[in-house]
Design a protein around this ligand. Structure first.
Ligand SMILES: *[C@@H]1O[C@H](CO)[C@@H](O)[C@H](O)[C@H]1NC(C)=O
Ligand SMILES: *[C@@H]1O[C@H](CO)[C@@H](O)[C@H](O)[C@H]1NC(C)=O
Ligand SMILES: *[C@@H]1O[C@H](CO)[C@@H](O)[C@H](O)[C@H]1NC(C)=O
Length: 794
């Protein structure tokens, strides 16, 4: 249901005279601050009073100074901080009725009847109990003469909304919990560091990661690091695992690997429910194989550091939605939790999700492990299947489980070529690695093409082996070599190479040029039979401007890089006088990078091409910054996409701000440049790349088999030249010809971009003139066991 501006006027009205309190509870998670900031600012935006409750439920019970009225600037400059600035404490008192009675009194005294709790499932269950008891608590307060009857009547209902903060990603119903992505960032940083030392010494590393009951962090880290073995509570290893694990480690050593990684979730158990400690695994490897083996227990490091871009943006979205859910709540709406489904916030029935989460534990306790994995959701299950698929090293030793997973018989006579096109993007190598390995496992011959379409024209084609791609997942840039050249001018030569190497399928990993290139090849099919082969594009570009997908590989890494750059730029000026930074980001005409970075760093504005602006908008923003600076705020940050306006250049904006801010602040320019392309891929891009590589090859194998007639592959339907993309949460193959109508070729981007609806939120959070007419509130999701297990979950 789209809100009209009329509805918004109503929303603003409903906020007036109402009070919202926000608290964080349980273990801290990165991104909680962004959630507190978003709830506070959205609350103020709709006209409500917002209170911050310090020290979690303890502060609610103790009252007094722990419950403070918040202003717009109470939450300035906290988005980049780790942990939670309002504190989180374990609270015994709140588990007693007496404690909850005190809490109710403290809320009623301040006129608060809306409570937003950010914490794990235990904390949210506590909030729900509080809500159900509310009227009886008020009755008791009246009886004891602590509040009047009128007060009780005025506050007769408590609205609750939950935001799930948990690094384990262990809450059913949401794709991601707040803090999980940041924890993965910490884990990958450590694995990368360990890999460099292990490689120089030929070592085996046993890494213990957090997750007492949930193997999510361990599973995704294993996928993103190409680990040799993995232990998670949801899938205890079958009897005899010791032999199989040692055989696998030996196998990879024989193939020349200098490093083995074993990942153990804290809660790993064997099939009898007996814990498998990391030291046991280490001793086993030392005893059986004599390898130099080290254990690293990551512990609290995983909670530390600065929140990732994903967590900051996620928390901002969920926080805004939480306020709207509170404003729309009535005594009959059940308590809800705000979750994420694809790119969108959704409202979930809180207690049903909690129940579902408990079912997973019950299933594990009762040794129904397949069911436990299913209950974790489609995404978890898919990760698990892909891990199993890629862990199988020798294509010749295919087992039945493998055949079942791939649905393809080994040994084909097909040759597949893989190339990178466009600018380098993080995740390209991860996609190439999994594609090469799965294609080999399908029995195909795999060629790597150096330097994109240009290399294809020149015949720069090399055969790949299983080991050629070892260690590629964590590497940035493009190891195959990439060029922007389009195929049109070299079509004859390209066709020659395809014929010469008898190439039956093309996998293009690249940006807008990759899509355009495959479109050109497709359109040349009528002239060349050689081009009647399956072709697939895996979108990979920091600009995220490829039609047919919500996300391109490399975009998440780029947003993180730009965000870290901005964090440092802001911090650099600590202790100097008031300063506004104008920061230029890449992205061509596409404003994705500038917009997402803007949300992640809490920028004052982000100018992009798609959201036209004029001199009045610039002036409004300068005035706003000047006002802000007068109010004791030291820093301003304005982002500008490189091609947002041909005349209002970065230099122009710099000069404008410098002149208008004279006497109040000075202005500096930073062009982030190529640091946005580089660096190690983020966990998301490694994982996303790995999965896209697998899906692309599965699809190609199916198309090859389908279109094989009389000793050759002949594929000429539009459905055989596709962009592989993520649309909301569904993996989709869109024919390149169908995408033509959706593409703005002049500005190299899709005509409709989903992230555009994040713009009002960016402006609102920056208190920059905006209307929320465009805001689309979260849908209400009905959680059932079935809906959770059938989501395509990527
Ligand atoms: C592959 O080619 C060989 C000989 O060239 C042939 O014997 C075999 O049947 C072919 N396999 C498939 C799956 O077509
Ligand atoms: C920029 O200025 C030129 C004249 O120098 C003008 O023709 C053009 O329309 C301007 N561009 C925009 C986007 O206003
Ligand atoms: C070329 O590849 C096809 C499979 O697409 C295979 O059937 C054929 O035998 C190959 N031709 C040569 C000359 O290798």
């Amino acid at each position: 249901v789209k809100m009209s501006s009329m509805d918004l006027e109503k929303l603003k009205m409903t906020g007036a005279g109402r009070a919202i309190a926000v608290l964080t509870s349980g273990g801290d998670a990165q991104g909680m601050n962004a959630a507190v900031r978003a709830v506070t600012r959205m609350g103020i935006y709709v006209g409500a009073k917002v209170y911050l409750i310090y020290e979690g439920y303890q502060g609610l019970v103790d009252g007094g100074d722990n419950i403070k009225l918040a202003h717009w600037h109470s939450v300035t400059n906290i988005i980049q901080q780790g942990g939670t600035v309002i504190g989180s404490a374990r609270c015994k008192a709140f588990t007693t009725r007496e404690g909850r009675l005190a809490a109710a009194f403290n809320l009623v005294k301040k006129g608060i009847t809306n409570l937003c709790v950010c914490g794990g499932d235990g904390s949210l269950t506590g909030a729900n109990l509080f809500r159900t008891e509310w009227s009886s608590l008020l009755e008791e307060l009246v009886q004891k003469g602590r509040i009047t009857d009128t007060m009780a009547k005025q506050h007769n209902h408590l609205n609750i909304v939950g935001l799930v903060g948990s690094i384990d990603n262990d809450f059913c119903g949401t794709d991601m919990t707040i803090g999980a992505d940041s924890a993965l960032h910490r884990i990958m940083e450590i694995i990368d560091a360990i890999m460099t030392t292990a490689q120089s010494h030929q070592r085996t590393f046993v890494l213990e990661v957090m997750g007492r009951h949930c193997g999510y962090l361990a599973l995704v880290s294993a996928l993103a690091s190409g680990a040799d073995w993995l232990f998670i509570p949801e899938a205890p290893p079958q009897e005899g695992w010791e032999d199989r694990m040692c055989a696998r480690l030996e196998g990879s050593r024989i193939k020349g690997s200098r490093l083995n990684i074993i990942i153990v979730a804290e809660g790993a158990v064997d099939i009898h429910g007996k814990p498998i400690p990391s030291t046991y695994v280490k001793d086993l490897v030392v005893k059986r194989l004599g390898y130099d083996t080290r254990v690293t227990v990551l512990g609290h490091v995983q909670r530390g550091g600065t929140p990732s871009a994903f967590d900051r943006i996620l928390s901002s979205k969920l926080g805004v939605e939480a306020v709207i859910a509170l404003m729309e709540a009535s005594p009959t709406t059940p308590a809800c939790a705000i979750g994420l489904s694809g790119n969108h916030p959704v409202r979930l029935p809180l207690m049903e999700c909690v129940e579902m989460t408990k079912l997973v534990q019950t299933a594990m306790n009762e040794k129904r492990f397949d069911e436990a994995i299913k209950l974790r959701g489609g995404s978890f299950e898919n990760n698990w299947n892909i891990y199993k698929l890629l862990a199988i090293q020798k294509p010749s030793h295919l087992n039945t489980a493998y055949k079942y997973l791939t649905h393809v018989l080994p040994q084909s006579n097909f040759s597949l070529a893989i190339l990178n096109v466009g600018a380098p993007a993080a995740g390209m190598n991860a996609a190439a690695r999994s594609a090469v390995r799965l294609a080999l496992a399908h029995g195909h011959k795999v060629y790597a093409v150096q330097d994109g379409f240009q290399g294809l024209a020149k015949g720069e084609v090399f055969e790949m082996e299983w080991h050629s791609v070892a260690g590629w997942t964590g590497q940035g840039g493009s190891l195959l070599g990439t060029k922007r050249t389009l195929p049109n001018k070299h079509m004859e030569k390209i066709v020659e190479t395809i014929a010469k190497f008898n190439i039956s399928a093309l996998l293009v990993i690249g940006g807008f040029e990759g899509y355009e290139g495959v479109l050109q090849l497709f359109e040349a099919r009528s002239r060349y039979d050689e081009l009647c082969i399956p072709m697939c594009v895996i979108p990979a570009t920091i600009s995220n401007n490829v039609p047919g997908t919500d996300f391109s590989l490399g975009a998440d890494t780029a947003v993180n890089a730009a965000m870290e750059g901005c964090d440092k730029i802001k911090q650099s000026a600590t202790g100097t006088k008031r300063r506004v930074f104008v920061v230029e980001t890449m992205g061509g005409f596409c404003g994705y990078l500038a917009t997402c970075t803007g949300i992640a760093v809490g920028a004052d504005a982000a100018y992009i091409f798609e959201d036209p602006f004029n001199i009045h908008d610039l002036k409004t923003n300068v005035d706003h910054l000047t006002e802000k600076m007068k109010k004791d705020i030291q820093r301003g940050l304005v982002l500008r996409n490189e091609k947002c306006h041909e005349n209002y250049t970065t230099d122009f904006i710099h000069k404008l701000y410098s002149s208008e801010g004279k006497g109040v602040f000075d202005c500096r320019v930073n062009v982030l440049g190529h640091l946005q392309q580089g660096g190690a891929p983020s966990p998301f891009d490694r994982n996303f790349g790995t999965k896209l590589g697998v899906r692309a090859v599965q699809w190609i194998s199916e198309r090859l088999t389908e279109n094989f007639r009389q000793d050759r592959v002949f594929a000429n339907s539009p459905e055989t030249a596709c962009v592989l993309g993520l649309n909301r949460k569904v993996i989709a193959f869109s024919p390149v010809t169908d995408l033509k109508a959706e593409t703005d070729f002049e500005h190299r981007m899709p005509k409709v971009q989903w992230w555009f609806k994040l713009r009002p939120m960016l402006k609102m959070l920056a208190k920059y003139q905006t209307s929320f007419c465009e805001y689309v509130p979260g849908e209400i999701e009905h959680v059932t066991r079935r809906s959770i297990s059938i989501d395509s979950g990527f």
